[in-house]
Design a binder for this molecule. Structure first.
Ligand code: SF4
Length: 281
C-alpha cells in the first residue's frame, strides 16, 4: 500500500510555541497552572502534566503558581481578574489569535457590529467576543435567519474555520448588512492544511486524519476529507484504527490536526507500514 503523508501536518507554529513556552517555564519555575486545555490533545497534555503543568478550573485554584494562558486565547475578563489578584501571567496566546482580537476591536471602534464566524462554545470564539460590546456569533447560515444585524458590520473568522462554511455564510450575510467589512482571519496553517487535504482525499483510496476529538481543526480536516472520500477516518491513536476499513486500499493519505504531536504521527505511520505499507511519499 502506498502511504502519502501531507507535507504540513501536526503542530502549527502557535501550538509548537505554546508547548515550548510551557516546557521552558516548567524548567525555570517548577509547577505552572493553566486554565482549561493548553492545546487540544490528550497525549500532549498528559506529558505536560507529568512535567508539572497543573490544570485548574478557576483562578482561585492557581495559588502561588504562575498562570499560563493557552494558545487559542482567553476571556479578557479572566485576564483582568488574574492581574487584579497579582498572578504571574505567562502568555502563550498564538500571535495569530491576538491578531483576531485586534481586528475585532478595530472593527468595533469603526462603529461596526462585529460578527464572529465560528463555533459558539469554542474557547477561541469566547475569547474574541469577551473583548466586544455587541458581538454576534454565527456558526452556520441558519443562524443568520434569527439574528438582527446593524447596518454597519464587521466580520472576523475563527482561525480554524472550514473555508467552505464561511463561503456558505457570507452571501447571505451580505444581503442582511449594507456596509460590511470582512477580514479573513482563518490562519495560514489552517488554510494550508485544508488545501492539502483536498488532494490527499482525491488521490488516495483512504484518508486518515490523526487528531483528538477535542481538536476543532482536526474535526474540520476530517469533514473536508469525508466530503470527498467516503473512506475517511479520524483517530486519536493507533488503537482506534479500524484495520478492516483499510482492507483493499492500495493507497492511504495521512494528515494530522494542528495539535497532534509529531511522535504520534510517526507512531501511526510505523503501524500502518507494519500492516502492509511499502512506499512512502
Ligand atoms: S491553528 Fe492557527 S491560530 Fe490556532 S494556534 Fe495554530 S497557528 Fe495559531
Amino acid at each position: 500500500m502506498k502511504i502519502e503523508i501531507a507535507q504540513h501536518c501536526g503542530f502549527c507554529t502557535g501550538v509548537k510555541n505554546a508547548v515550548q513556552l510551557a516546557r521552558d517555564s516548567l524548567k525555570d519555575q517548577g509547577k505552572i497552572a493553566v486554565l482549561g486545555d493548553l492545546v487540544h490533545n490528550k497525549v500532549v497534555m498528559d506529558e505536560l502534566r507529568d512535567e508539572g503543568l497543573v490544570f485548574v478550573d478557576s483562578l482561585e485554584e492557581v495559588g502561588d503558581m504562575p498562570l499560563l494562558l493557552r494558545a487559542h486565547g482567553t476571556d479578557v475578563n479572566l485576564i483582568h481578574a488574574a492581574k487584579e489578584m497579582g498572578l504571574n501571567i505567562i502568555d502563550a496566546t498564538c500571535p495569530l489569535v491576538q491578531e483576531i482580537h485586534k481586528h475585532a476591536c478595530e472593527l468595533e471602534e469603526e462603529g461596526r457590529q462585529v460578527i464572529v464566524i465560528g463555533d459558539r462554545y469554542h474557547d477561541e470564539v469566547l475569547g474574541v467576543v469577551s473583548r466586544l460590546h455587541d458581538p454576534c456569533i454565527i456558526e452556520s447560515p441558519e443562524d443568520l435567519y434569527s439574528c438582527k444585524l446593524k447596518q454597519r458590520t464587521g466580520v472576523v473568522i475563527q482561525s480554524t474555520q472550514r473555508i467552505e462554511n464561511v463561503q456558505n455564510i457570507l452571501p447571505l450575510l451580505l444581503t442582511k448588512s449594507r456596509d460590511c467589512r470582512i477580514i479573513n482571519t482563518i490562519c495560514e496553517p489552517t488554510r494550508r492544511n485544508q488545501t492539502e487535504i483536498l488532494s490527499l482525499a482525491k488521490n488516495n483510496d483512504c484518508v486518515l486524519v490523526i487528531g483528538d476529538p477535542a481538536s476543532a481543526n482536526s474535526k474540520r480536516l476530517y469533514e473536508v476529507a469525508r466530503s470527498l472520500n467516503e473512506n475517511a477516518l479520524m483517530v486519536a491513536g493507533k488503537e482506534e484504527i479500524n484495520v478492516a476499513r483499510l482492507k483493499g486500499c492500495t493507497s492511504i493519505g495521512i494528515t494530522a490536526g494542528a495539535s497532534t504531536p509529531r511522535k504520534l504521527i510517526e507512531e501511526i505511520v510505523t503501524y500502518i507500514k507494519t500492516l502492509n505499507g511499502d512506499t512512502i511519499k
